[in-house]
Design a protein around this ligand. Structure first.
Ligand SMILES: [Fe+2]
Ligand SMILES: [Fe+2]
Length: 279
């Protein structure tokens, strides 16, 4: 199949920023990917904003082939029940450890930031729930990465983020953090969640199975205290990989987004709810 014949459309349905009139912004991410007329929802934001924005974007959630959750944080999974009640029962994909309790701890304040639904409640509204730590195809040509090996020395644990293993609260290694990959003849379109695994780790992992990276879309976790070293090493790697489109969303932060825009010029389109891209 020639590239020009393969149509991939991406619609940002939830982001920290909102674009067109009446779209809602919130701290969260949800991106719809449409490949040859079949659509898959990647993350659900944190509230009903995803359903509101989908309606404004003319997206029929009832036609989804399935839904994937990148990792077990409320800002990616909180809208799940709203999505399933709008779409009807759909297949759901995520890593089994996404269901662990997760916390942000700052000083004396411990805040629950995990998926705000019990497993049996999730199962009751989905057509099926596939919990897999391995790569899995979610619809033709679209797959979850599975667990991402950590190979860089500048991406890793975050001091304030924890998960609960049995009775013990430990620093979160984010083994549950996955990305979505659309394979095209011109390379992989990679949709990240928060990129807690590290964007460079994720792209290196995808490059093991795909010859090149065509586009990178989603959260990059370069905001909220990411070191200058991490930001510049990530941008250097992006320069080497040279995707034709970079869409920094959600937890990328203003600083890294501006650095990307200055460096990669019109190959960067900052994400916002309501953004529609044809790739
Ligand atoms: Fe997260
Ligand atoms: Fe996030």
């Amino acid at each position: 199949m020639k590239g020009a014949e393969m149509e991939v459309k991406v619609i940002v349905l939830c982001d920290n920023l909102a674009g067109p009139p009446s779209f809602k912004g919130e701290h969260g991410l949800s991106v719809l990917v449409d490949v040859e007329g079949k659509s898959f929802l990647w993350d659900c934001g944190q509230s009903d904003a995803v359903v509101h924005n989908a309606r404004l974007a003319g997206v029929n959630l009832g036609k989804l082939e399935g839904v994937g959750i990148s990792h077990g944080h409320y800002d990616h999974a909180g809208g799940l029940m709203e999505v399933m009640s709008a779409s009807g029962p759909k297949k759901l994909f995520m890593h089994p450890k996404a269901l662990e309790p997760k916390f942000a701890i700052a000083g004396n304040v411990k805040r629950f930031i995990g998926i705000p639904f019990r497993k049996d409640a999730i199962e009751s509204v989905c057509a099926s729930v596939e919990l897999s730590s391995e790569a899995v195809e979610v619809m033709p040509g679209v797959r979850l990465t599975g667990e991402v090996p950590r190979v860089t020395d500048f991406e890793g644990f975050e001091a304030n983020l924890f998960h609960q293993v049995e009775d013990e609260v430990q620093p979160d290694s984010f083994i549950d953090d996955q990305s979505l990959v659309v394979d095209t003849p011109e390379g992989a379109i990679v949709l990240t969640g928060c990129a807690h695994s590290g964007l460079v780790n994720i792209l290196k992992h995808v490059l093991e199975s795909s010859g090149r990276i065509k586009a990178v879309i989603g959260g990059t976790h370069l905001g909220m205290g990411a070191s200058d070293r991490r930001i510049s090493a990530t941008l250097d790697f992006l320069e080497d990989v040279s995707p034709e489109k970079i869409v920094p969303c959600h937890c990328t932060g203003m600083n890294a987004t501006m650095q990307m825009t200055r460096r990669f010029k019109d190959r960067v389109t900052p994400g916002q709810a309501g953004l529609v891209l044809s790739l």
